[in-house]
Design a protein around this ligand. Sequence first.
Ligand code: NI
Length: 213
Amino acid sequence: MSDVRVREQVLRLLEQVGSGLAPIVQAGDPVLRAVALPYDGELVPEELDALLALMFRTMAAAPGVGLAAPQIGLGVALAVVQDPGVGLPELEAVRERTPLAPRVLVNPRYSPVDGRTVGFYEGCLSVEGYAAVVARHHGVNLVGWDERGRPFDEVLTGWPARIVQHETDHLGGTLYLDKAEIRSLAASAGWGGHWALEPVPRTAAAELGFPLP
Ligand code: NI
């Protein structure tokens, strides 16, 4: 996809969707498996703002805590994140699920700050109806740009670190299932909801037979 096509695709989507929500692409669509093109200022600020507003709106309605552009069919390296928390103090404490203010990630990259990994259940709006345990870096150094082209270089830990790893992975064509303990896979309609409430998935690990970090 050339740079010109990025803008054409964005404008077409904005016109189709209007003030509504973007359809979320599901696993199996090649756009989720392609490496997204770096965003290189293809959109004028008003167009970028309209796209980001659509992404935030679509994420909030889903509901989700992150959305990458490929998930609405756009192969460009943009993502939005926002996590208000779930209102379950014990769960939030164990997972270090501190609120994550709304923000935009442009061409993000991450690297681990140390060797520590933590395993928790997570899901993805593009893999509807399932959750699985993924061992992820507890802390990452995240670098990238915001929507106004200002660079950032910071360390995130806990759940915010998990969210940005998940969304950055999307931009490289990676789904969380690629990194998941596949024996932990649980359908939300059944055991998924049950296991999701266990602060550390120790019982799930024992009963389903998968390792935890
Ligand atoms: Ni996802």
